[in-house]
Design a protein around this ligand. Structure first.
Ligand code: SF4
Length: 734
């Protein structure tokens, strides 16, 4: 008998690789195979995608609700009891302290249907403005900069297939060789075709090893680096004057700001030499087409919006945006990081990428929802601010698809805030570190057990299909929202607005998004199944079948999405990170991911093969720093910031700058990197500064008191920012 093969997509990152799932007839296992017909991953999967089915049958998977008993233990309960407890916990808080005392926290991994329903649930059923999601930590700076410059934010304004055909790519703070390995082939093909790859990263990552030029700036100085490159573009007469005149606005002020950033000044700030700056400008400007792609490196800073803006300015000044094979793009991280920010779980947004403060947007969405526009709350707090308000203004929280105890900045404080809540309900598939603190945990279905859409980093809307019957005892997130709407509606039958069929939700989402920036109204499940995805915007044609809108793989070729069709330069200047090193905390910490783990590790830490490859956290440090503190390979070192202390084994390598240490952020416990990170927020995007903070590094010998960094005990003369000297011999290398 032939087993049923279901074409679908990986549950993890924003590449959304195509895969075929074939369940064994007895349901005991699922075979994963690459989907050669899906053009993005072209038959490749990384280890995370290949092993994703293990979480479906993990022995630690939750298959019945848990409620906290009188003794404080989480014990199994019926769905009826658990849902009743959630409705009671949220409803009691709302009645006692007002709707805004109830918070909702979502995730960038939720399908479009779930993100849409969660935003509607918060605003229509709970009436709260206090909703945001962990995608705020992922891409909000790029979104803010893209919206300002282009009038529209879509991760990539072109398909990945354009990358091998351009002339040069500058990859800023991105490590796709580890975060989305199948995408690396686009960059290797670029080089095979004669193009060049420039990687900007303080570490010589696996991606940087593939680069023609690796620039290793001090963490938090990418803004100055971009300004220095723009300065040279102008000084060397490489500005595309005609393009600037015809397609942009605001150049003169931006030009003046860039001219204040002399290459020698930029070299002092960044550690990138003037000849390297000149070489980068030459490689970027000589070909006819070029791209800049950013990721979390420049974005997760307290000046992330300005930093991305500076890289966009470079593209605009050189005519590298809105033209074939040229442009600026953001490599989104989470599986539905793009769609998750378009349909209403973000604090300031309504579906279709509409603004909650826009009266016309409120009226449109309120009509689709069948409510009075006046009843919709205004914008709420951003993700970190929401978490910081738990236990004070916000007394109860419904959390779906997120694990902030591991993934939020200043995580020990966030954990303490979560513990101080009157009531916490968590929907998850395993007992994550955050779920373990809940009053009620609701076990939900996983990617292969439910249908839904996601939107990849290309802006391609995709259909994930149900391939398996979920285990008895779990329900979908959509079913949970339906049931809670029934219980919290006070007899108003609000559950009718929360269908449990994903396609029905998507049909409503289409209407809600119609006419918005992220217009999905011309996309149907049938089209998604037949066409391998559709790029938004895709408005409904309203005409006969043959008039169907084809979707928009490439944006901005005719005009930008601003009112006058011109892109906007935004003048920006260098400023330091929120917490520069000093005598007490003389080293910079930067954080990131490793190839075998994903985000907070809630899923991937439950997979044996991935745990064998990446069993725990580590502290990557340069041999010079290791020598100064007496650290040995594999031995524990403590990293201490103003927010706490983390301990993990040393990994000594010349691939990192001597003034910087790196920690991956996938783990909880004493090696939790986010215990250390700084929640200083970008004023526009409200993005925390995950990528750079001041720390002290200490060798920890068993049974001995920790040893301090030698220059933290006054043995060195005081300097305002005591960075280590950055000589040619210290260049990051493997
Ligand atoms: Fe999944 Fe991303 Fe790996 Fe592709 S690259 S298999 S989408 S985790």
């Amino acid at each position: 008998m032939q087993n049923t093969v279901t074409p679908t997509h990986c549950p993890y990152c924003a590449l959304q690789c195509g895969m075929n799932l074939t369940p064994a007839p007895d349901g005991s296992s699922v075979e994963v195979r690459e989907r050669a017909d899906f053009p993005v991953n072209r038959g490749a999967l990384c280890g995370k995608g290949r092993t994703a089915p293990e979480v479906l049958s993990s022995r630690v998977r939750l298959t019945s609700p848990r409620v906290r008993d009188a003794g404080g233990a989480l014990v199994p309960a019926s769905w009826e009891e658990a849902l009743g407890r959630v409705a009671e916990g949220l409803g009691r808080t709302r009645a006692r302290s007002g709707a805004d005392a109830v918070g909702v926290f979502g995730g960038g991994g939720l399908t479009n249907e779930k993100a849409y329903s969660l935003g509607k649930f918060a605003r229509v059923v709970l009436g709260t403005s206090q909703i945001d999601y962990n995608g705020r930590f992922c891409m909000s700076s790029a979104a803010a900069a893209g919206n300002t410059a282009f009038g529209l934010d879509r991760g990539l304004p072109f398909p990945l297939e354009d990358i091998p055909r351009t002339g040069c790519v500058i990859l800023v703070g991105s490590n796709p060789a580890e975060t989305m390995p199948p995408s690396l082939r686009y960059f290797t093909e670029l080089r095979e075709n004669g193009g060049t790859l420039i990687v900007v990263d303080p570490r010589r990552t696996r991606t940087a090893e593939h680069a023609d030029l690796h620039l290793a700036p001090r963490p938090g100085t990418d803004l100055a680096l971009a300004l220095g490159l723009l300065h040279l573009v102008v000084a060397e007469g490489r500005t595309d004057e005609a393009y600037v005149r015809e397609r942009t606005a605001g150049w003169e002020e931006t030009r003046a700001a860039a001219m204040a950033h002399w290459p020698e000044y930029v070299e002092r700030i960044t550690g990138v030499s003037v000849p390297e700056l000149r070489e980068a400008v030459r490689l970027f400007c000589e070909p006819e087409a070029a791209m800049v792609l950013t990721a979390r490196g420049p974005e997760q800073q307290s000046k992330g919006t300005d930093t991305v803006g500076a890289w966009i300015n470079l593209c605009l000044a050189t005519g590298r945006a809105g033209r074939p094979l040229s442009g600026y793009g953001c490599l989104t991280g989470q599986g539905n990081g793009q769609g998750g920010r378009e349909h209403g779980q973000k604090a300031d947004q309504l579906p279709g990428y509409r603004k909650l403060t826009d009266p016309a947007a409120r009226a449109h969405v309120a009509e689709v929802w069948g409510v009075d526009p006046e009843s919709l709350p205004g914008p709420g707090r951003s993700a970190y601010e929401l978490l910081d308000a738990l236990g004070t203004d916000i007394r109860a929280l419904l959390l779906m698809g997120s694990n902030p105890v591991v993934s939020a900045p200043r995580a020990a404080h966030v954990e303490e805030r979560i513990r101080s809540l009157d009531f916490l309900a968590v929907c998850d598939v395993v007992l994550s570190e955050t779920a373990a603190l809940a009053d009620v945990v609701l076990p939900v279905t996983q990617w292969a057990e439910e249908t839904g859409t996601t939107t990849s980093l290309e802006g391609r809307v995709l259909l994930r299909r149900r391939a398996l019957t979920p285990p008895e005892g779990v329900r979908s997130d959509l079913e949970v929202l339906h049931e809670l709407a029934a219980r919290l509606g006070g007899g108003r039958n609000l559950e009718k607005g929360f269908p449990t069929d994903p396609e029905e939700v998507f049909e409503e989402l289409r209407r809600a998004s119609a006419g918005g920036l992220a217009d999905y109204s011309g996309i149907t499940y049938r089209r998604l199944a037949e066409e391998n995805g559709v790029f938004w915007p895709c408005p409904a044609s309203g005409g006969p079948e043959e008039d169907v809108h084809p979707g928009t793989p490439r944006l901005f070729h005719d005009r930008f999405a601003t009112e006058d069709g011109r892109a906007r330069f935004v003048p920006v200047s260098h400023r330091p990170i929120a917490e520069e090193p000093d005598e007490e905390y003389p080293v910079l910490l930067t954080t990131g991911r490793v190839v075998a783990q994903y985000q907070s590790g809630a899923q991937t830490r439950r997979v044996d093969e991935l745990n064998a490859a990446a069993p725990g956290p580590f502290v990557e440090l340069h041999p010079r720093l290791a020598e100064r503190i007496g650290a040995a390979e594999g031995e524990p070192v403590a990293v201490v910031s103003r927010r706490g202390r983390a301990v993990a084994p040393a990994r000594i390598t010349t691939a990192i700058r001597p003034d910087t240490v790196f920690m991956p952020f996938h783990w909880a416990g004493e090696g939790r990197a986010n215990t250390l990170t700084n929640p200083a927020l970008d004023p526009t995007s409200r993005m925390p500064e995950f990528k750079a903070c001041a720390v002290r590094v200490e060798a920890v010998a068993a049974g001995e008191p920790a040893r301090a960094t030698p220059w933290a005990d006054g043995s060195r003369p005081a300097r305002r920012t005591p960075t280590l000297r950055w000589g040619a011999a210290d260049r990051p290398r493997r």
